[in-house]
Design a protein around this ligand. Sequence first.
Ligand SMILES: Cc1ncc(COP(=O)(O)O)c(C=O)c1O
Length: 310
Amino acid sequence: MTSNRFAFFNGEFVPIEQAQVSVMTAALNYGLGVFEGIRAYWNADDGQLYVFHLREHMERLRRSCNIMFMNLPYSVDELYDLTVELLRREAFREDAYIRPLVFKSDHTIAVRLNNMTDAFVLYAVPFGQYIPGTAVRACVSSWRRIEDNIMPSRAKVSGGYVNSALAKTEALLNGYDEAIVLGGDGQVSEASAANLYIVRNGALITPPITSDILEGITRRVVAHLAQAELGVPVIERPIDRTELYVAEEAFFCGTGAEVKPIIEIDRRPVGSGAVGEITARLAELYSAVVRGCLPAYRAWCTPVYIDEGA
Ligand SMILES: Cc1ncc(COP(=O)(O)O)c(C=O)c1O
């Protein structure tokens, strides 16, 4: 694996070791940042690196900024171009993960969002699987998902990932692969850093965007693929905890998680205990789509390299 060499920081591309902040930075002390997680997939046949849904991620970054009083002096188009430029400089010929981060850079003890300075950094690293294994065992976490009136759950706020880290750590230390986090109302919200679908009576079901979830881009992609490609209906509605135990299939989805089958929840097998058929077909479709293998969905993939395209 190669490592990363550059960052776009304070308005210019610099060697990654020069992208540094002080220990006094407000964002480091109080979690005052918003970020995105974007994937780029290497397609060896095309000799091309494809960034998946780059524009949608940058649009969500700008929405997160708006919620958190962050001033990002770049348009979605500029963020798009900066990302392509960064990846060209890195010259990755493998899968990568791209991280834009907007944060409060002041050196102050004050805890607020207004009247502060915003900084922006963009970097990318080679990246493989986020959740190891082909199928996972999950537990319902004792931690509840951050509620929208406590901390914006639809924004990717740095500090909000304390909640994710607590849930994930508890799951791992208890021998599971991933956590399913309930909302304040006791209904299923999402995973530690991924959204969730179950299958019941042949239909996909996922919690609505009012269930304190992150409005996941993969969640929307999955809904589209299920309906358009598999003819599987998609229902957004609250999900009870025990529905997890009677689901025919279940899976996590997210930029990091991709489409990750769940075969066991709270020590109960999901369906037959093997990867479900709809889940398997969606995982396969998703992986073809993100690598730019399906012409119908090529527009969702931004090619990075100019001369090496198919
Ligand atoms: C808390 C949380 N929920 C859900 C997701 C899935 O969102 P997306 O599909 O946009 O990556 C993520 C990020 O991957 C996340 O961090």
